[in-house]
Design a protein around this ligand. Sequence first.
Ligand code: AMP
Ligand code: TRP
Length: 335
Amino acid sequence: MTKPNLLSGMQPSAGSLHLGNYLGALVNWAGMQDDYNAYYVIVDLHAITSPQKPAELRTNSRRTAAQYIAAGIDVTKSALFVQSHVPAHAQLAWVLNCITGFGEASRMTQFKDKSQKAGADSASVGLFTYPILQAADILLYQPKAVPVGEDQRQHIELTRDLAMRFNARFGDTFTIPEAVILKETAKIYDLQNPTAKMSKSTADPKGLVNIMDDNATILKKIKSAVTDTEGIIKFDREAKAGVSNLLGIYSAISGRSIESIEGEFEGAGYGVLKAEVANVVIAAIEPIRERTQELMSDQNELDRLLAEGADKANEVAEATLAKVYDAIGFLKAAK
Ligand code: AMP
Ligand code: TRP
């Protein structure tokens, strides 16, 4: 039996992924590669919806790719590629722009948030059509599953609406994809502000553990994590956000249940818990960081792997785009 397709994407907008990206998304992506024919796209076209310095964008695209490979994306099983290497993304996005309502696009909450932050005059039209480009990313690969975080649910709903609309108007063309929303327990919080999710845009860098941080930095950040004054190691997201986050991180990395970890640390102080969490985090991240550095030191090889990924992606994407162009009535160019 052939495996169903899967697609997901990540922005190359930072020099390092953080622990939340790793435990919340990447571990799951790596785990799905055997059951799905997976396409993982580094969305550089999306990245330029907010201003990027060209040299940084280039480096961050490579670094993002290197970290995904280092963390378990196996390029012999899955296609890992850069969005701008596959022209069909921009081409299909145009077609989808033309079947999306202005009001429909205006209702996207991520656009509303981001454009408010940027200020009405500096938000670009590209930011407005961001979700439609995302729909194109997805629909080109006819995936059944799109693993994403909860914040992407609305974009996947729009993608489904556009796919159904296109199919109804122009004939069956697209598979209707399903969001696979990663579970809440995999959500990692900021170490300094443990009611907010860990995010690269945090106010205090001490709250954020990066995959590219060295061991001493990771240890220091975890040791200075905010806890409480009760002195009891117990999971309670409301009353004990800091301790619960440490337990959540431990559980996500070790695969053990929260109860068994609570049992292990019964009667122990927060210092002991932090030291042990730092241990498991470092044990998980150190090999990824080292492998990333290795991959980054041979840029030609990394670029070659991405070119292979783009070849696999282009084959599928071009076939879907050809169907779309034909369905809407574009003339085929004579050979
Ligand atoms: P972002 O860096 O926000 O673009 O997110 C990339 C991926 O990582 C998405 O699938 C997010 O859902 C996931 N992610 C980001 N931050 C966290 C977090 N603190 N905990 C769990 N998953 C996260
Ligand atoms: N918008 C997604 C995010 O911010 C990134 C993304 C772009 C994506 N294209 C995609 C995710 C296609 C899944 C499928 O995380």
